[in-house]
Design a protein around this ligand. Structure first.
Ligand SMILES: CC(=O)CC(=O)C(=O)O
Ligand SMILES: [Mg+2]
Length: 220
């Protein structure tokens, strides 16, 4: 089954994102820490891969970076328990949840959905498929991101409020998860602006010297 997941971006039907899953990040934007996972979606047209560029839509001047661990679903699942949730994970990827923060703030004030602020083309820069056996999530994974060589985000998955299996259990109560679907598990603190011409480098470091990094340029 996992063989086809190497091409998860071409088979992915849903990118489900978790918001405010790190308390330090919820606080930095003045948001309350949620008591249940907060979810929203991006369309698969949001994917962009190296060496393609992140494109800021013409009427906006900047975006915010959010580095996140992505979880890729292997088997279709609905209403699963924690053990089943773990068995349904096919692998992982490193991803960015690029966000038009000023638009998101306006939408929040109006009580409108965040789709435009979070789901525009190239809002989900994404790395390669990482086999589930390569990342030991029972210890912590370090997620980091720099802009033009300056470190901006440096967090650990152990600080997630809801674990990966908690998230799959919760989502699958309401939404069937399918082979190739991607869950972005939320960003640690340190989000901030990127402008046209900036370069983002992001990475994750796990146990046994596992390291993965990727670079994305923001189109001028
Ligand atoms: C405030 C947000 O944009 C929520 C989000 O995406 C997150 O990762 O947290
Ligand atoms: Mg996010």
């Amino acid at each position: 089954m996992t063989g086809t997941l190497k091409n998860f971006r071409s088979i992915c039907k849903k990118i489900i994102c978790i918001g405010r899953n790190y308390s330090e990040h919820a606080s930095e934007l003045g948001n309350v820490v949620p008591s249940k996972p907060m979810i929203f979606m991006k369309p698969p047209s949001a994917f962009v891969v190296e060496p393609n560029k992140i494109i800021i839509p013409s009427e906006w001047d900047e975006l915010h970076h959010e580095v996140e661990l992505g979880v890729i679903i292997d088997k279709q699942c609905r209403n699963v328990n924690k053990d089943q949730a773990e068995q349904n994970i096919g692998g992982y990827c490193l991803a960015l949840d690029m966000t038009a923060r000023k638009i998101q703030d306006q939408l929040k004030k109006q009580g409108h959905p965040w789709l435009l602020a979070k789901g525009f083309d190239s809002s989900c820069p994404c790395g390669d498929f990482i086999d589930k056996n390569k990342l030991n999530l029972s210890s912590s994974v370090n997620l980091w991101l720099s802009v033009n060589g300056q470190m901006k985000q440096n967090g650990h998955t152990r600080d997630m409020i809801f674990s990966i299996s908690d998230l799959i259990v919760y989502i699958s109560k309401y939404i069937t998860l399918e082979h190739g679907d991607l869950i972005l598990t939320g960003t640690p603190a340190g989000v901030g602006p990127v402008k046209r011409g900036d370069q983002i480098e992001a990475g994750m470091d796990g146990d046994n010297n596992f390291k993965y990094s990727m670079k994305f340029n923001v189109a001028s």
